[in-house]
Design a protein around this ligand. Structure first.
Ligand code: ASP
Length: 313
């Protein structure tokens, strides 16, 4: 029997209001989640690398306006869009990340190229973009990322003097819309990828956990791959993805116990709302959340697909 392979993705966790979710929006979100997990799974079926699978899956979500990554990213206090992303490959612990980029259509590809083509792990702002353009990326105008919905959200947050989450007319405005993927490939490699526009009304220049290896993204062959979503200021301080990996490595907890312990433990008590997806070296998948929902999907080692939104599903 060949090595098992599987993949899981997320499109953000948080409060998602059922009563406000129109059938049309729900169908569109479920469609995108399925397209994403299938795109990644296709790479795995054809024997591709876990890293290529997670990048392919995340790219589908970055290209959809339904999620807070790539097109549809939330806005900073300066009414501009700045995006963060990271990837990690479990084989040699190689990683790449970018932060606060403004003109890159698919930040996840740039994170992968920082890993593959630079001597560094994390590039930010102008330097990251210069690296991108030297490597053949085209300049994408801010207009491409703009959506009316995110502009309205920003105005509502500014009025309330808040940052991060807002209450407004959309069913998932109380949700962090970051996207991510984790996969195990037929060679036994684990990989993780995370991409985001951050949080609404953030100070421009702010960087969240999605760029931070060990907080938002981690992959270790023989152990686990993790991608997180939630309020980055908490996820960075609790080193969430790395903590799941450490619990499994040192305490020998399984992926389910380790993920739940981290998400429902101190992170939650200190106010860190959100969730994570994790996949272990046998392809077992776990979705953890301390919020009412998390957009998510998976295709397990038996090829069974699952696409869900609410925590009680
Ligand atoms: N974790 C992201 C951040 O703080 C937000 C999200 O998950 O949507 O930038």
């Amino acid at each position: 029997m060949s090595q098992p392979f599987s993949i899981a993705i997320h499109g953000g966790a948080g409060t998602i209001l059922k009563q406000q979710m129109s059938a049309e929006l729900k169908a569109s979100i479920l469609h995108d989640l399925e397209a994403s997990v299938r795109a990644g799974h296709q790479v795995l079926i054809s024997g591709g690398d876990a890293l290529d699978a997670v990048v392919a899956a995340v790219k589908v979500l970055e290209d959809s306006p339904n999620f807070n990554a790539g097109k549809g990213s939330v806005m900073t206090n300066k009414e501009i869009i700045e995006m963060d992303a990271s990837v990690m490959h479990g084989k040699e612990g190689a990683a790449g990340a970018i932060a606060a980029v403004r003109h890159i259509k698919n930040p996840i590809e740039l994170a992968r190229d920082v890993m593959k083509k630079s001597n560094h792990v994390l590039l930010i702002g102008e330097g990251a973009e210069e690296f991108a353009f030297k490597n053949g990326y085209s300049y994408t105008e801010q207009d491409y990322f703009y959506t009316d919905r995110r502009y309205e959200q920003l105005q509502s947050m500014k009025e309330k003097g808040l940052f991060a989450l807002s209450e407004s007319k959309y069913p998932d405005d109380n949700k962090y819309g970051t996207v991510g993927a984790v996969a195990l490939d037929q060679q036994g490699n684990l990989a993780a990828a995370t991409s985001t526009g951050g949080v609404t009304n953030k100070q421009y220049g702010r960087v969240g956990d999605s760029s931070i290896i060990g907080a938002g993204t981690v992959a270790e062959n023989g152990n686990v791959a993790v991608s997180t979503t939630g309020m980055g200021e908490f996820f960075i301080r609790k080193m969430v993805a790395g903590d799941v990996a450490a619990r499994m490595r040192y305490l020998k907890e399984d992926v389910h116990i380790a993920s739940e312990t981290v998400i429902q433990g101190e992170l939650k008590s200190m106010g860190g709302e959100g969730g994570l997806i994790a996949i272990d070296s046998a392809g077992d998948i776990h979705f953890a959340m301390n919020s009412s929902g998390m957009y998510r999907a998976s295709i397990d080692v038996d090829g069974q697909i699952s696409v869900k939104i609410y925590a009680d599903e």
